[in-house]
Design a protein around this ligand. Structure first.
Ligand code: G
Ligand code: G
Ligand code: MN
Ligand code: NA
Length: 257
């Protein structure tokens, strides 16, 4: 497989980079976090999205090394933003099941924190429902350990997996990210209105923060704000942006060029 062979070289050749999608506090409209999203600049095929290569990386056993690269890059970016005196926003990152469930994962997180000297409170790990179900018991231990380190944990794409409400009882889940498939037809779809309101009610009663994904319209924003959702991401606010663009948006004294 051509792409697989290239993927094995991609880390060595330094072909990965991150974009950062803002997460907005709905009440204030302020950017209070970003999600780091991986991109692969392929020498011939150009910019590739995670869907084009993450499943391949998982099946080739490369994802742990790639996720480790992402974690180090995120920590280094936070350190640089701190040195530039930007507001201390949270940075979310995605981890695959193989990464999250590996026995060496927590040690590698500790090492990344140590090397970068950033506060663990700045990090949020996103894990999908299907990964949680696949991992079983190891999940609770890992979430516990992250929580003990002061790092946040989010359930990504909430509502799309083979959903079991049972894992909501797991300790250490701080955020629910409502999948964009439920946001897409708000506020017109009565079914999606009911489902999203129910998700928000569960999250609230369990003390979890909520982030709606894929917000593209002001009507979706208005509905989610009124329904009590805390944060939102989506093209209505911003797509994934280069670090320098985030820096410009957050800079306390923007310099004109
Ligand atoms: O940016 P885009 O919408 O194409 O990202 C799609 C998905 O790819 C994300 O929701 C996430 O699940 C996955 N993804 C993005 N970056 C990473 C990463 O660094 N590691 C892993 N394992 N998955 C990622
Ligand atoms: O972690 P997750 O797989 O949810 O990553 C979010 C992905 O969703 C990113 O790859 C990003 O490109 C995509 N995305 C972000 N905002 C929007 C949006 O408003 N609409 C749509 N259709 N996709 C979005
Ligand atoms: Mn995500
Ligand atoms: Na998601």
């Amino acid at each position: 497989l051509m792409l697989g062979a290239d993927l094995r070289q991609a880390l060595m050749r330094d072909e990965f980079h991150l974009v950062f999608q803002p997460s907005v506090e709905l009440r204030s409209g302020r950017i209070i976090a970003v999600e780091a999203l991986l991109r692969w600049r392929h020498p011939e095929r150009g910019e590739l999205m995670p869907d084009d290569f993450i499943p391949l990386a998982e099946s080739l056993g490369l994802i742990r090394r790639i996720d480790a690269w992402t974690m180090r890059a995120v920590c280094a970016q936070i350190r640089q933003w701190d040195q530039a005196k930007l507001p201390p926003i949270r940075v979310a990152l995605n981890a695959s099941a193989a990464t999250f469930g590996h026995p060496g994962f927590i040690d590698s997180v500790k090492q990344a924190l140590q090397a970068s000297q950033i506060s663990p409170k700045r990090l949020l790990f996103e894990i999908t429902e299907s990964a949680i179900l696949r991992l079983g018991e190891a999940t609770e231990q890992t979430m516990h350990a992250l929580h003990a380190l002061g790092i946040g944990v989010a359930i990504d794409d909430f509502g799309t997996g083979y959903s079991s409400l049972a894992y909501l009882k797991l300790s250490g889940i701080d955020f629910l990210k409502i999948d964009r498939s439920f946001v897409k037809d708000l506020p017109d779809s009565a079914n999606d209105v009911a489902i999203v309101e129910a998700m928000l009610a569960i999250a609230k009663s369990l003390g979890m923060c909520t982030i709606a994904e894929g917000i593209e319209t002001s009507a979706q924003h208005d509905f989610l704000l009124r329904a009590g959702c805390i944060e939102g991401q989506g093209y209505y606010y911003a797509r994934g942006l280069a670090a320098i663009e985030i820096e410009r948006m957050l800079s306390p004294n923007p310099r004109h060029e």
